[in-house]
Design a protein around this ligand. Structure first.
Ligand code: RTP
Ligand code: MG
Length: 140
């Protein structure tokens, strides 16, 4: 299996509760390397563009409000099969359905305030990484 990169966001519910380090430890323990990382406060426009695929969903406005309610940490994770591996570590979108030991099971507050985002395909990972990082920001 080839080394791959995925895009991750530590969401506002998690930064508010000072969980950045505990979440990063989960990534590192699972063999993913944080090759780029920065803390920022998303604008409404950034959040709407980033989650544009969900624009027609009933939860879209709430999701944008949540994602702009506090700082986030955007990151690039690298490792074997990183996209799928990260989705495993994150757990199901709804923490009630997440497996024990996953980030969302341990830390998420609700289906919306679910602590982390992870790309769902290598193609989307490339797009999402390019949205927040320059190639020179990634140090493997
Ligand atoms: P993400 O994109 O953030 O990694 O999450 P995901 O793939 O597991 O879930 P997705 O279906 O893409 O939904 C994106 C985010 O929208 C919020 N959400 N709220 N209120 C609701 O029913 C609802 N459903 C989804 C969550 O923050 C979810 O992660
Ligand atoms: Mg998604």
């Amino acid at each position: 299996m080839a080394t791959e990169r995925t895009f991750s966001i530590i969401k506002p519910d998690a930064t508010r509760r000072n969980l950045t380090g505990k979440i990063n430890a989960k990534f590192e323990e699972a063999g993913l390397r944080i090759v780029a990382q920065k803390r920022l406060w998303m604008t409404r426009e950034q959040a709407e563009t980033f989650y544009g695929v969900h624009r027609e969903r009933g939860f879209f406005n709430d999701l944008v409000a949540f994602m702009t309610s506090g700082p986030v940490v955007v990151q690039v994770l690298e490792g074997e099969n990183a996209v799928a591996r990260n989705r495993e570590i994150m757990g199901a979108t709804n923490p009630a359905n997440a497996e024990p030991g996953t980030i969302r099971k341990e830390f998420a507050e609700s289906i919306e305030a679910n602590s982390v985002h992870g790309s769902d395909s290598p193609e989307n990972a490339a797009t999402e990484i390019a949205y927040f990082f320059a190639g020179t920001d990634l140090v493997g």
